[in-house]
Design a protein around this ligand. Structure first.
Ligand code: DX5
Ligand code: ZN
Length: 208
């Protein structure tokens, strides 16, 4: 299982903490992009130049094309957008694909897995939100376990090759339960609120 560290909750010394993350065992840096329209919060990491880890961009925005153009310039491995936006999903999928970036599709806690079935053969990653998007530091929503199980069943039966990523409220207890269920775990405050990032990452990977 890979770890993607969200930097959303870093409140001070951002560049110094990114340098620390670059030297840490995190597999990806997770950039939470918010437009204060799709979610009641705003964030912008487009001018950060010192990230050397693979970038996992999570767009919580309505005008998705604008932000795909902005963040594709950082050469991320993934750009993930939300199913709930008012855009034709296939057009957005093709737009990201044409930039040679892997495509992620995210669903909010109240969105059912069945809604994204039509897209599963076209995308590289499904991001299951285990908190209501907008803020770090929230509590994991327990009903996410059932959605993860359901998605795993679908993936097994249909031989899809998307990866499963879960994001929000992740701590050591939750990661132990998800160890064999998901491919990537996003964690923000569990890692960046502490001094020793590698210690927190090892706790999540279960190899302490
Ligand atoms: C919330 C973001 C998450 C969040 C994770 O909208 O998508 O990535 O920053 O932070 P924690 O791990 O603190 O819940
Ligand atoms: Zn996120």
């Amino acid at each position: 299982m890979l770890i993607s560290t969200s930097i959303l909750s870093i409140k001070d010394n951002l560049n110094e903490k990114i340098e620390k993350l670059n030297k840490s065992n995190t597999d990806y840096i997770h950039l939470d992009i918010m437009d204060n329209i799709f979610v009641p919060n705003y964030s912008d990491f487009s001018n950060i130049t010192n990230m050397t880890k693979l970038l996992d961009v999570h767009l919580m925005v309505e005008d998705v094309y604008k932000y795909i153009d902005i963040y594709s310039k950082l050469n991320p491995i993934y750009i993930t957008f939300h199913y709930e936006i008012n855009e034709n999903k296939n057009n957005v999928i093709n737009y990201i694909k044409n930039k040679n970036i892997k495509i992620g599709l995210s669903i909010k806690p109240n969105t059912k897995i069945k809604e994204i079935i039509p897209y599963l053969d076209k995308i590289d990653l499904v991001l299951i939100m285990s908190v209501e998007p907008g803020y770090g530091g929230q509590k994991f929503i327990e009903s996410s376990f059932e959605k993860i199980e359901q998605l795993n069943e679908i993936r097994k039966n249909k031989k899809y090759n998307f990866v499963i990523e879960v994001d929000g409220g992740i701590n050591e207890k939750i990661s132990a339960k998800l160890k064999n269920e998901v491919d990537i775990l996003v964690a923000g405050t569990f890692i960046t609120n502490e001094i020793d990032f590698d210690k927190q990452i090892a706790l999540l990977k279960g190899n302490t």
